[in-house]
Design a protein around this ligand. Structure first.
Ligand code: ADP
Length: 276
């Protein structure tokens, strides 16, 4: 499996205004995302995670270094349409991403802009709504949906473009717990079918679902590893103002008491099974 998204030596600062000097947000980021991988990016608020992911489809361009998607350089204008088809970006608030008032019209918006034949558009809309379990709502008006349902319609809109990669920036922050659970069931199913997923989150239980976790801070990637590796360093997480999962606190306490608790234990149920 090859590299899908690559950042090499990426630096970025928002332009300065009269009051503020330009502050570097990205300070030499190197990152490689493999095709089919589920990568979680965690880091404190304001550390630059959203700025980072906006580089993945050319919304922002590096002031130094290079970002490529499937070997296409985001700095080359001629590549941007293709890159935006390959990488679908989803933000926190689905309201900002929905463009039509009827669910199926919203999902059809992207393929219509590609000027695809009507039968192909219908096929893609049906498949995308099925993938996010929103088929029964296809004729419904968008404003009658819950936050979680709107988020799923927004994902369907991205899926209808047949992307290689979904980038999700805090997608669950406006959802209730059932909405969150449903969203992650859908994302994990898409991942099992081969979709590359890059998830920005500050919630460790969401990061725990990924294949690999990067801790982002001070404009760069401070640590990367499997969730087990990352969570086995609670002191480092605390130093970055990140909430340490309770299960890892419990494991650390038990280790102090002399228990040999493997780092692979991520849930209370697994801990109970192991200890019994
Ligand atoms: P995170 O996603 O980790 O919360 P952001 O990428 O949103 O962090 O922000 C990183 C830094 O960049 C913050 O200091 C923020 O104030 C600043 N920033 C974000 N967007 C802009 C913008 N459009 N113009 C100027 N500064 C910005």
């Amino acid at each position: 499996m090859g590299t899908l998204v690559e950042m090499a030596g990426v630096e970025f600062a928002y332009p300065s205004d009269n009051r503020r000097a330009a502050l570097p947000v990205l300070r030499g980021v190197n990152l490689r995302v493999r095709r089919g991988e589920f990568l979680a990016v965690i880091g404190p608020n304001g550390s630059g995670k959203s700025t980072l992911v906006k580089h993945f489809n050319g919304i922002l361009l590096p002031s130094k270094g290079r970002v490529t998607v499937d070997s296409l350089d985001t700095a080359n204008q001629d590549n941007l349409l293709e890159i935006r088809r390959k990488v679908g970006l989803l933000f926190q608030n689905p309201e900002n991403q929905l463009v039509s008032s009827i669910v199926e019209e919203d999902v059809a918006f992207g393929p219509e802009n590609l000027a695809l034949p009507p039968e192909e558009i219908q096929k893609r809309v049906a498949e995308a709504l099925e993938a996010v379990e929103m088929t029964p709502y296809r004729h419904q008006t968008v404003h009658t949906l819950s936050g979680g349902q709107k988020q799923r319609v927004a994902i369907a809109g991205l899926l209808a473009m047949r992307p290689d990669c979904l980038v999700l920036d805090e997608p669950s922050s406006m959802l209730d717990p059932p909405g969150r659970r449903r969203l992650f069931e859908i994302l994990l199913r898409l991942h099992r079918r081969g979709m590359t997923i890059i998830l920005v989150t500050h919630l460790m239980e969401e990061a725990a679902l990924a294949d690999r976790v990067c801790i982002f801070g001070s404009g760069t990637i401070l640590r990367e590893g499997t969730p087990e590796e990352i969570f086995s360093e609670p002191d480092f997480l605390i130093s970055q103002n990140l909430e340490v999962p309770q299960i890892n606190c419990l494991a650390a306490m038990l280790r102090n008491e002399g228990f040999n608790i493997p780092a692979s234990i991520l849930t209370v149920d697994e801990m109970v099974d192991y200890l019994c």
